[in-house]
Design a protein around this ligand. Structure first.
Ligand SMILES: Cc1cc2nc3c(=O)[nH]c(=O)nc-3n(C[C@H](O)[C@H](O)[C@H](O)COP(=O)(O)OP(=O)(O)OC[C@H]3O[C@@H](n4cnc5c(N)ncnc54)[C@H](O)[C@@H]3O)c2cc1C
Ligand code: FES
Length: 258
């Protein structure tokens, strides 16, 4: 069930110049959340920012009642969120959208490909799949080493590969040219810039591997009321906030082929 709740910021971590992570404490019983779901964050104190901002759930600890968000500072709303400090309140609508498929057989091999802030939803996914006995490889891509903010967090749950456009860390080049990308997998998940996700989806389709993409279309209401986030699928227009953000590429040929 969705709820609107005032969380308290328990911990704030600055991760390089562009990223920060906020761990938020729920007072009372937190709603169950799934990997790939997101929250809509209210941004207070900036007159021009009227709409909530969608941010993926990076991590969750249901026993402690905490959620963690990983945020890249890109504009007015996220700059204001970056100013928040431990003890401040943050109003969220959560959990929103449909998450990734986690019903994967033990012993399967899966690949997760994340670019930029799109790495955020992959941490909880790798935790959940590792607990099910699935072997996870995570490839994280960014322009420079500084823009790969949370590599260490993935290491207990997955084999981690890095690709940077400038070669400052890991493989020099696009994440889709990393040697681990060419290995065989039973399932591929991806979230990040649209050209990257389309390249991953095309490669998965060519190999006949199931693949899910998590779209980051611009959003307003986050609950399927305003239709500003629609994407064209093989089955017609779909609301990314309500019917996504995660889509199976078998329904998205129109999207990834153009
Ligand atoms: C389902 C979903 C999950 C997301 N998860 C995360 C996350 O975990 N961490 C994170 O840092 N960001 C995430 N984003 C993107 C985040 O919502 C935007 O970066 C944020 O709304 C920008 O707000 P702003 O006020 O700072 O920027 P604005 O001042 O509104 O815009 C600044 C710049 O950011 C661009 N921008 C705005 N919204 C988006 C968007 N949705 N996608 C791409 N570019 C955008 C604008 O075109 C503009 O160039 C997610 C988006 C969606 C839809
Ligand atoms: S953001 Fe309003 S319908 Fe999706």
């Amino acid at each position: 069930m969705k709820e609107i709740h005032n969380f308290t910021i328990l911990q704030r971590r600055q991760l390089g110049s562009q990223y920060f992570a906020l761990t938020l404490q729920h007072a009372g019983n937190m709603q169950p959340v799934l990997p790939g779901q997101f929250v809509e964050v209210q941004v207070d104190g900036v007159r021009e920012v009227m709409l909530r901002r969608p941010i993926s759930i990076h991590d969750a600890d249901p026993e402690r009642g905490t959620l963690t968000l990983l945020v890249q500072t890109v504009g007015r709303g996220t700059r204001r969120l970056a100013e928040l400090r431990e003890g401040d309140r943050l109003n969220l609508v959560y959990p929103l959208g449909h998450g990734f498929t986690t019903d994967i057989a033990p012993g399967s091999r899966v690949l997760m490909v994340g670019g930029g802030a799109g790495i955020a939803p992959l941490l909880m996914l790798s935790k959940v799949l590792k607990a099910k006995g699935v072997a996870c490889t995570v490839l994280l891509g960014g322009r420079t080493a500084e823009l790969i903010p949370v590599r260490d967090e993935f290491e207990p749950y997955a084999t981690v590969g890095i690709a940077t456009d400038d070669g400052s860390l890991g493989h020099h080049g696009l994440v889709t040219t990393h040697p681990a990308f060419a290995e065989p997998y039973d399932m591929i998940y991806t979230c990040g810039p649209t050209p990257m996700m389309k390249a991953v989806a095309r490669a998965a389709a060519e190999r006949g591997v199931c693949c899910e993409v998590s779209l980051e279309n611009m959003m307003a209401c986050g609950v399927g009321a305003c239709l500003c986030c629609v994407t064209d699928t093989d089955q017609g227009h779909r609301c990314v906030c309500k019917e996504g953000p995660v889509f199976d590429i078998s329904t998205m040929k129109k999207w990834y082929q153009c």
